[in-house]
Design a protein around this ligand. Structure first.
Ligand code: HEC
Length: 136
């Protein structure tokens, strides 16, 4: 009677340990949200290939609402001026909006659809748009 009981106990123990491990391994990783402060934005913003890649992605995914050059439309704000509805225009705050969406939900977040490197490159592209602003 003792043998089978011990085996059962062992099996249950294995099951619990296994499930716990599986949970730890497969639970969603939200590290790309907090990472913004660990990114060396100044250094990355000196890399023209990243701005270029951000520009390409912007034209594909963002221009419908923000316009080809980011100057905005009826649907979405101008990104080339220095006025921000959300945040302060820092790399971190732009990254956060692109990744998580706007707090009012009018723009959805892109972190589930894009690689982190693309979120970063889009941030670098949007950040440098301000210097291209040709309105007074
Ligand atoms: C469906 C339309 C739509 C698309 C597509 C879209 N946006 Fe937006 N975006 C908005 C709207 C609307 C807002 C303003 C939200 C608000 O009122 O706070 C916004 C806000 C922003 C802001 C903050 C502007 C501010 O003044 O605070 C940034 C940065 C931004 N979008 C970048 C992007 C990027 C980069 C992409 C492409 C990956 C993108 N958006 C795609 C509609 C869109």
């Amino acid at each position: 009677m003792k043998g089978p009981y011990l085996i059962l106990l062992f099996a249950v123990g294995l099951l619990i340990t296994g499930s716990l491990l599986l949970f730890l391994i497969t639970r969603p990783n939200h590290s790309n949200v907090t990472l913004a402060t660990n990114i060396n934005w100044k250094e990355l913003s000196q890399q023209p290939n990243r701005i270029y890649s951000g520009n390409v992605n912007f034209k594909i995914r963002c221009s419908d609402c923000h316009g080809m050059n980011g100057k905005g439309s009826k649907q979405a704000p101008n990104l080339t001026d220095n006025e921000w509805l959300n945040g302060n225009g820092s790399f971190e705050s732009i990254y956060s909006i692109i990744a998580n969406g706007s707090p009012n939900g009018l723009m959805k977040g892109w972190k589930a659809k894009l690689f982190e490197k693309d979120l970063i490159n889009l941030t670098l592209y949007v950040h440098q748009l301000r210097s291209k602003n040709d309105t007074p």
